[in-house]
Design a protein around this ligand. Structure first.
Ligand code: CP3
Length: 347
């Protein structure tokens, strides 16, 4: 087995350098992606497996990330439930939203997950053929609350009044009854196709108060982690949540979960100190740092490095990356120098 920095790190092999990857490392800031977008729609890039595999490979080849992440989107499960997903006007749109119990009558699984997610399985197969053996392959799905927020509001915007009401009027539970079997199959398709780990992205969940997070979200997430690990004991599970903080993440207490992705509002040293015994911690620089001058970016990364190396925490529990995704119009030179900076850290 080749030396895979990311997966070795998760097998507790101390390497004295953090593995590095970034959410949305493939995307619109990157000239090879912009070039492909001139000829293909976003949907084509996701659903044509050879193209999707190349899009996922481009940033690994260009910047030497330790990980390649499946190129796809988090909202396809809503298309599978007949919600009419489209990216024609830019941001994703749905034909209807789950505003009332009646709206659930319109939900219909259009195809079994095995068939529907065949494009993701094939993308992963092409990726395995082409990916250098020292790189790790990640699959991903959206976590239930984030998918439910999009299904209810049509976007992640505003106060999420309807989504939060739905936790109490049964719409969240109804949605999960339909979604969860399909989402678990989606995860299974990706892991069977060869992904080494699965990320669950929960961008919207930090909008909830701690009580609601504890009451409505934690039990659902724990069940998902258990279900995955019982079928795939050797695969790793990553849970990214945005706008949550230490109290939320401490509440998860799941033996099946391997990695917690955290955002830039959290103190990385505190997260490693408080949660590093139970999980690996991934993150968490502000994606906007990559929009600063190269000089300021490197100064900030030096400060971060000093903080973590002088703190005495076990840095072998750290996976370097952003607190969210790479933003559009990020200068690619800054991505390159951030990756290089992390590769040259040693402790
Ligand atoms: O990380 C990766 O490199 C894999 C690719 C990836 C995409 N979306 C590609 C994409 C991943 C992991 C996602 C996750 C995703 N998608 C999330 C969760 C994480 C997050 O960013 O909060 C969410 C909420 C979505 C839904 C989605 N897809 C939105 C809201 C948008 C429009 C906003 C935007 O940034 O354009 C998309 C489109 C999308 N997904 C693009 C890419 C590269 C842009 C498509 C294009 O115009 O070319």
């Amino acid at each position: 087995m080749a030396n895979q920095k990311f997966i070795n790190s998760l097998k507790k092999e101390a390497q004295n350098v953090p593995p590095i990857w970034m959410m949305r490392q493939a995307g619109r800031y990157h000239p090879p992606y912009q070039e492909k977008r001139k000829s293909y729609s976003f949907i084509d890039l996701c659903k044509k497996p050879q193209l999707a595999a190349q899009v996922a490979l481009d940033p690994v080849e260009d910047f030497d990330f330790d990980v390649s992440i499946l190129f796809s989107d988090l909202l396809f499960p809503l298309e599978q439930l007949s919600m009419g997903l489209s990216y024609k006007s830019g941001p994703p749109t749905l034909e209807f939203q789950l505003q009332s119990h009646d709206d659930f009558k319109k939900l219909k699984v259009i195809e079994s997950s095995e068939t529907f997610y065949d494009f993701q399985a094939n993308t992963l197969k092409f990726l395995i053929e082409k990916l250098p053996k020292d790189k790790t392959l990640l699959g991903f799905v959206g976590a239930p609350f984030t998918l439910y927020t999009y299904a209810t509001e049509g976007a992640h915007k505003g106060n999420l009044v309807s989504s939060k009401q739905g936790l109490y009027d049964g719409r969240f539970q109804k949605f999960n009854e339909i979604l969860l079997p399909e989402l678990l199959m989606n995860i299974k398709v990706q892991l069977n196709a060869g992904a080494d780990a699965i990320c669950l992205f929960d961008t919207a969940v930090g909008e909830l108060c701690f009580k609601d997070f504890k009451q409505f979200i934690v039990p659902v997430m724990r069940d998902i982690f258990k279900n995955i690990k019982s079928q795939f004991p050797d695969k790793k599970i990553i849970y990214y949540s945005k706008l949550t903080h230490l109290e939320y993440l401490k509440e998860i207490q799941s033996d099946e979960l391997d990695v917690l992705g955290i955002d830039w509002r959290m103190n990385l040293v505190s997260a490693l100190k408080e949660l590093g015994n139970d999980y690996y911690i991934q993150g968490n620089i502000d994606p906007v740092w990559l929009h600063l001058s190269n000089n300021d970016l490197l100064k900030n990364l030096e400060i971060l490095k000093k903080q973590v190396t002088e703190s005495g925490v076990d840095l072998n529990r750290w996976i370097a990356g952003l607190g969210h995704g790479v933003l559009i119009e990020t200068p690619e030179e800054n991505v390159r120098s951030a990756v290089k900076f992390f590769q040259e850290i040693s402790y």
